[in-house]
Write a protein that binds this ligand. Structure first.
Ligand code: ATP
Ligand code: MG
Ligand code: FE
Length: 336
């Protein structure tokens, strides 16, 4: 089955062609990061306009690189949410037009499930069940993958997402957007024990997360240092903040994996690119005899290949959409 997939939920215009959900024939990603950087974050109106300008070019490129024609496409997958409403609409409209013109099935995809499916592309033998930590720009989910289409939501953030915390702390340190990769890099040279930031663990048995208190603690620390006229060592703040975030993420993920007897933990979403998170999870996993998997950096952040993989698994399990498919900006993981 040849899948054409489209992703436009945020600031990446992406189109991919896949064979059978795991083999990527092409995965073209046009990022708008440079455009949004001068605003310090994604501007929705600008994102929509750029998607409109780019989408047809990106689709053509993806077909060309995969060496396929429209007539070779068997199914069309597209992100239906969560994401920016105007941005999502561009992808959905294109996907509908293509599916209608080719008279092929249209498959609406949950973007977050797509992030999880990036692992099927990277790891050809990975099969459910496994425990998955989804850490992206807008979401933090602890998930038990029971099947290729059943992702059980166990825990979530009650305030900021992990990636959002990285981006906000980076901004308060005067670092460029997106802050995650910059903090990751600085953390390698900083001292993670320099500042004792809180580890927000909530109630003893909870699988939920909370990062806004930690973010505030960093802000308070920076203000105090400025008031005292003391020097702020950016690398140490970055490393200490990152350490606090990843310790909480790793502890809860390991706990869930043990409770469910998972032999594998998969990471997903943009923050899954974080070196510190990968390392700590690998150290803790090896102690428990749990294997750790994560996608390559390109597959961690937004891309259409992961959407194509998810569309394929939805399709073979009998789920498909019709031309009435609508945009779902606030789609949750546990919604269909
Ligand atoms: P969502 O998927 O929740 O809708 P999104 O698509 O904007 O949000 P992603 O593309 O999955 O999010 O990831 C982007 C986020 O990942 C940003 O917050 C960015 O700072 C963060 N990120 C990327 N690389 C790293 C890294 N190496 N370390 C930490 N964070 C990172
Ligand atoms: Mg993005
Ligand atoms: Fe995303």
């Amino acid at each position: 089955i040849i899948t054409l997939a489209i992703e436009t939920s945020c600031d990446e215009t992406s189109c991919a062609v896949l064979k059978n959900g795991r083999e990527v024939l092409s995965n073209i990603i046009s990022s708008q990061i440079e455009i949004h950087r001068k605003f310090g974050g994604v501007v929705p109106e600008v994102a929509s306009r750029k998607h409109i300008e780019n989408i047809n070019i990106i689709i053509e490129k993806a077909l060309k690189e995969a060496n396929v024609d429209f007539k070779d496409i068997d199914i069309v997958g597209v992100t239906r949410g969560p994401g920016l409403v105007g941005a999502l609409l561009v992808g959905i409209s294109s996907a509908k037009a293509i599916a209608y013109a080719l008279d092929k099935p249209l498959i609406g995809v949950n973007h977050i499930k797509g992030h999880i499916c990036a692992n099927y592309i990277e790891h050809k033998t990975l099969e459910p069940p496994f425990t998955c930590l989804v850490v992206s720009g807008g979401h933090t989910y602890l998930v038990q993958a029971n099947s290729y289409t059943d992702y059980e939501l166990i825990g979530r953030t009650r305030d900021d997402a992990a990636g959002e915390a990285f981006d906000k702390v980076a901004r308060s340190l005067g670092l460029p957007y997106p802050g995650g990769p910059v903090i990751d890099k600085l953390s390698k040279v900083g001292n993670p024990k320099a500042i004792d930031f809180p580890r927000p663990c909530l109630e003893e048995n909870s699988y939920d997360f909370s990062f806004s208190g930690l973010k505030t603690a960093v802000l308070n620390y920076l203000n105090q240092m400025k008031q005292k006229g003391e020097e702020i060592v950016v690398e140490d703040v970055a490393a200490s903040f990152q350490q606090a975030v990843i310790e909480v993420l790793v502890e809860k993920t390991i706990r869930l994996a043990k409770e469910r007897n998972s032999k594998t933990i998969a990471l997903a979403g943009g923050v899954a690119a974080n070196k510190g998170l990968r390392n700590l999870l690998e150290i803790r996993g090896s102690k428990e005899g749990i294997e750790i998997k994560y996608p390559s950096t390109t597959l961690c952040t937004d891309n259409a290949a992961m959407i194509g993989s998810c569309a394929y698994f939805n399709y073979i399990s009998g789920q498909s959409s019709d031309l009435g498919l609508t945009v779902e900006p606030n789609l949750e993981l546990d919604q269909k």
